[in-house]
Each structure stands twice: as structure tokens, then as C-alpha cells.
Design a protein around this ligand. Structure first.
Ligand code: DGL
Length: 270
């Protein structure tokens, strides 16, 4: 059966791409809530309501497992969804934990007490809503002690990427990295906590400097999903078909997605 991959817009395509490379036989349905993007400037209730509607759509379309390939939804809505909405046999997972497990050198599901880890100074770049939720710091505190996190809300970057204005996106990234460095001059690691940001990863790396390790979320999520499916084989499928649906204008979203992934992508109306 297909696995649902959800994002407010195009960013989750970075996760879809990594999942397709890792598991080419797995059927997928991608849902872009483009009519309501960006989520990163919405309040928590709004993000929850929109995320719940999208997840329900994917469950109704036959997905038993839905990945929130959106940090904002994972940070703000995942826990509430898992507590209130998940019917028997259905699952919804976020994209935060695989990244934090990588940062804290833990295997999946290692629930041992928090411990000291090698990395001490971490820069988090994310949307204003993700930063405000403090979900990253909370999840990290369950696993590690003594890690100093400085978060930078990267206003405008998602809109610029959705609009295909990469010159603006790159200029904004440089500005946000400068702002972060004024607060934390020497981060050891940087988390790109938004699924849109892999598109400007080179710009982040250049602005941060070569000695800062930048964590790439898409491949970590794909590896974690492959691992999950070996433990829950009934959630996996075969055939490799991939459908794309959006609440926005399908032609416009298809053009954006084709530019984003550099291959032809065709969205239908959700
Ligand atoms: N890709 C989403 C994320 O990972 C973008 C959020 C937004 O729509 O602002 O946070």
C-alpha cells in the first residue's frame, strides 16, 4: 500500500526524493497543501487543523502510514495528532526524531536516559513556528545533556523557494546565518530544520564555513523509514507508483515541483 508524504508545499519533495532513491519499489502519495502554505507563520491551532485535514485525506486515499515531511507540522501538530486522531491500523510519523537521533548518535528507539554527546554547540535553522514551538530543544533534552542550541527563525526563505526566487532565498540564508553567528559565533553542527532548506544547503554550508557539519534531513528520514518498514512490513507496498495531489493550482504547483526536483512532476487537484 502507498505511504503518504505530506508538506505544506514543495519542501517535502526533498524527503520524497530521498525515499524514492532508497526504496524505488515503495508506492507513495504526496500531498502539498499549497493553498495554505507557508505554515511557518501560522499559529499552532491553525497548523494543527490544516495538518489533521491533510493526514485524513491521505488515510482516506489508502495510506496506512503518513510521514509529516514538514518540520512545522511535526513540531506543532504531531503530538496532538497522535494523541487525538489516529484510528486503529493507521500511523503518522514526523521528521524531527531521525535528525535528533543522528545528532545524538543514537539508534532508532534508543530510549536510554539522556547522556553527554560529542557535539556541544548546535545551530537550528527553521521556520518561525518551529522555532517558537521549542520542539527541537524538547526532543533533544530527552536524549542529550550539555548541548547548547541557538535557534534562528528564517523568515521569508520558504516563500522565496516556493516562488522559485532562489536569488532571494540565498540572500536571506546569508542574512540568517549572519544573525545566528552573532548569537553563536562557532557552532559545531547545523540542523536545517525545514524540508525546503536542502535546496539552499550549499548556501548554508558556504555561509557557515566548511568546519560546521550540516545535517541533511531528507536522507536521514529515508533511512529511518526503511528501518521502520523492516519492523512493520505490513505498512510497506510494492510497484513504485507515485501520485501527487495539491490544494493549490495543479499547473502552478507542477511547474514549481518540476523546477524543484529537476524532473517532470504532475500534480492533480486534491
Ligand atoms: N517544509 C516546511 C517545514 O519543514 C515548510 C513550512 C512552511 O510551510 O512554512 O517546516
Amino acid at each position: 500500500m502507498p505511504i503518504g508524504i505530506f508538506d505544506s508545499g514543495l519542501g517535502g519533495l526533498t524527503v520524497l526524493d530521498a525515499v524514492q532513491q532508497k526504496m524505488p519499489d515503495q508506492p507513495l502519495i504526496y500531498f502539498a497543501d499549497s493553498a495554505h502554505a507557508p505554515y511557518g507563520v501560522r499559529d499552532a491551532d491553525d497548523v494543527y487543523r490544516l495538518t489533521a485535514r491533510a493526514v485524513q485525506h491521505l488515510w482516506d486515499a489508502g495510506c496506512d502510514l503518513v510521514i509529516l515531511a514538514c518540520n512545522t507540522a511535526s513540531a506543532v501538530a504531531l503530538r496532538r495528532l497522535q494523541e487525538n486522531l489516529v484510528p486503529d491500523g493507521k500511523r503518522v510519523l514526523g521528521v524531527f526524531v531521525p535528525m535528533i537521533e543522528a545528532l545524538t548518535e543514537r539508534d532508532w528507539g534508543d530510549n536510554s536516559p539522556p547522556r553527554e554527546v560529542n557535539v556541544k554547540h548546535v545551530a537550528l535553522f527553521a521556520t518561525p513556528a518551529t522555532v517558537a514551538s521549542r520542539a527541537f530543544q524538547r526532543e533533544l533534552a530527552f536524549r542529550a545533556i550539555g548541548v547548547d542550541v541557538e535557534a534562528q527563525a528564517c523568515g521569508g526563505v520558504v516563500d522565496a523557494i516556493e516562488d522559485g526566487d532562489m536569488i532571494l532565498a540565498e540572500a536571506l540564508v546569508r542574512g540568517h546565518v549572519d544573525a545566528l553567528k552573532r548569537k553563536m559565533p562557532h557552532p559545531q553542527a547545523a540542523i536545517l530544520g525545514c524540508t525546503h532548506y536542502p535546496l539552499v544547503e550549499a548556501e548554508f554550508q558556504a555561509a557557515l564555513g566548511g568546519d560546521v557539519r550540516v545535517y541533511s534531513q531528507a536522507s536521514l528520514v529515508a533511512e529511518s523509514l526503511a528501518d521502520y518498514l523492516t519492523r512493520h512490513p505490513s505498512m510497506a507496498g510494492t510497484g513504485g507508483e507515485c501520485a501527487f495531489v495539491t490544494t493549490g493550482d495543479p499547473k502552478q504547483v507542477s511547474d514549481g515541483a518540476t523546477r524543484f526536483l529537476r524532473r517532470k512532476i504532475e500534480f492533480l487537484s486534491a
